[in-house]
Design a binder for this molecule. Structure first.
Ligand code: AMP
Length: 550
């Protein structure tokens, strides 16, 4: 084969921050810190501190390939770690602090982390796990000297101060060049059964994901944007936004731990944010706040919503009342995460808003780089007609090939053309235009008398009722039909609504046999570590729920 004569330059994460410094050096990175104040820096300064941090890591004995963990909120120090750790050739292991202490300890030991950098908020959990974490040589508090805790830690040589580490170093550091397939970061999936599984991203996979995600038909980001990632940096690299922002030179705004509706709204307004990203439960609390206080968004014009299905009622409210365009997107930890984004095609321009609405509630079209298909339980391909639904499979250069040290063998499945696919565990249909729509997680599907009921469809209808804030539909055991849908509802503050009101809302929207058999009202739904509704918990809670007539 004739070899190309183009330059060979490895795709490395350090190139992102070098680019941002050189071309967008004065673009701002604004953080609301754990301490409560607002901190301002620029790409130029963040790059300088990242180089100092890289020197500090070397002095701490962190080698290439070593895992360095973070237990931290979204903020500039966390972003410095993103660039310093990966840029130097070590592996940034972001840990979800909402996991139980023993799960965190398990993950640290499994990853064999050498150092753990943490926000002061998490000192209690760090103190409780320190004696259990045998591979960790350094615990570093993301704080300056004045705020350093006096606490000692059993089994550790004390806590190091992040700002002391940085100020003791020079910014003379040249990012090393190495194989673009080297590992760059590690994130464990918050599995609901068994131990969490580690997804080990690489430099090449991250850069390709970043390029594809910034495109107009994906997140459509540019140097004219001000991005506020609500999605945490400990969950799939905040959907890649710290990398995308640097690639395009956008201003970044980090909310730290302040994720309530009031704090978010204030920051969106004061920093003139144009684009934000988060799961539906976060937006629900923001919208509850703006509705109650009659507020508007004066600069935010787009928001990407994913992680769970975005109810059409939320899309309509954002777009029609607030003028914020909703971009519904789908992905997974195993996919870096972006797989599909729901943007229109040329032909949709002629469609009325009512015709477009059902398109927007779908999870969207595959990004270039992600190949997808749906198959039945025997692995046979299903048609793209928007009706047939089955197991969703994906492949691509930013999709997981194997879990880190899982010992269970590759999760991939072969098809008849000897192509390997990752089974997502999602059930979906795909229409003739290539728009994919998730109907369920395979384990959340409700099977009533052999017929499948989409829990997402039932939930979307429930939250379109004006008195319903949140809803989850689960399968309840039934002597005749095996399973029947049970709807668990959280009312909007001050709203009054009965079981019969909610059920009447289904008339004409779904077939009668798909209407839930019962509605129970609760104060709150159990949320998992990434803000998703924990259906496993709900199923446990309502295992013995007696359905009317059963
Ligand atoms: P995680 O790896 O924790 O981010 O979870 C990935 C899973 O979240 C996917 O496999 C889906 O089940 C679900 N998910 C993500 N985005 C969406 C979406 N837009 N609509 C429905 N489910 C979603």
């Amino acid at each position: 084969m004739l070899q190309s004569l183009m330059m060979q330059m490895p795709l490395l994460i350090s190139s992102l921050i070098e680019h941002a410094d050189r071309h967008h050096g004065d673009s701002e990175i604004v953080s609301r810190r754990v301490e409560g104040d607002i901190h301002r820096t620029t790409y130029h300064e963040l790059h300088r501190r990242s180089r100092r941090l890289a020197n500090a890591l070397a002095e701490l004995g962190i080698d290439q390939g070593d895992r360095v963990a973070t237990v931290a909120w979204n903020g500039y120090r966390h972003m410095e770690l993103y660039y310093a750790v990966s840029g130097a050739g070590s592996v940034l292991h972001t840990i979800n602090p909402r996991l139980l202490a023993e799960q965190i300890a398990w993950i640290v030991n499994h990853a064999e982390d050498r150092a753990v950098f943490f926000d002061l908020t998490f000192l209690p959990v760090i103190q409780s796990i320190a004696p259990l974490c045998k591979t960790v040589r350094h615990w570093v508090a993301l704080a300056d000297r004045d705020r350093m805790p006096v606490a000692t830690m059993e089994g550790a040589n004390g806590v190091l101060c992040y700002e002391d580490l940085i100020s003791a170093q020079t910014d003379q550091f040249t990012w090393p060049e190495f194989d673009e397939n080297a590992a760059s970061s590690l994130c464990y999936t918050s599995g609901t059964t068994g131990h969490p599984k580690g997804v080990l991203y690489g430099h090449r996979s991250t850069i390709l994901h970043t390029l594809a995600s910034a495109l107009p038909d994906a997140l459509n980001l540019s140097a004219r944007d001000v991005i506020l990632p609500v999605v945490p940096m400990f969950h799939v690299n905040a959907w890649g936004l710290p990398y995308i922002a640097a690639m395009v030179g956008a201003k970044l705004v980090f909310p730290g731990p302040f994720l309530d509706g009031k704090s978010l709204h204030e920051l969106l307004e004061s920093e003139k944010v144009t684009f934000s990203a988060g799961v539906p439960t976060v937006w629900q609390s923001l919208l509850t706040y703006t509705e109650a206080n009659n507020l508007k968004f004066s600069t935010m014009n787009r928001t990407v919503i994913g992680g769970s299905a975005c109810p059409p009622a939320m899309i309509q409210l954002f777009q029609q009342k607030y003028g914020v365009q909703v971009l519904h997107a789908w992905g997974m930890t195993e996919m870096s995460p972006l797989g599909t984004a729901c943007t229109f095609k040329h032909k949709h321009a002629a469609w009325s808003p009512a015709e477009r609405a059902p398109v927007q509630s779908k999870q969207g079209r595959a990004l270039y780089g992600v190949d997808m298909k749906i198959v039945d339980d025997d692995g046979v391909d299903l048609p793209w007609d928007g009706i047939a639904f089955g197991n969703l499979l994906v492949r691509g250069p930013w999709v997981v090939r194997d879990y880190y040290k899982s010992g269970e063998g590759s999760p991939l499945v072969d098809d008849k053309q000897n192509k390997q696919w990752f089974p997502t565990g999602d059930v979906s249909n795909i229409d003739a235009d290539g728009y994919m729509q998730i109907t369920d997680r395979s384990k959340d599907v409700i099977k009533s008398g052999g017929e499948w009921i989409s829990s997402i469809e039932i939930e979307n209808i429930a939250v379109s009722h004006p008195a319903v804030a949140m809803a989850a539909c689960i399968a309840a055991a039934h002597p005749k039909w095996d399973e029947r849908p049970l709807l668990v509802v959280v009312k909007k503050p001050g709203a009054s609504v009965t079981r019969d009101d909610v059920l009447a809302h289904y008339a004409g929207k779904v077939a009668r046999w798909q209407v839930p058999d019962d509605v129970v009202f609760v104060e709150a739904l159990p949320l998992g570590a990434t803000g998703k509704i924990l259906k496993t918990k709900l199923r446990e809670q309502f295992r013995v729920h007696r359905l009317p007539g059963a």
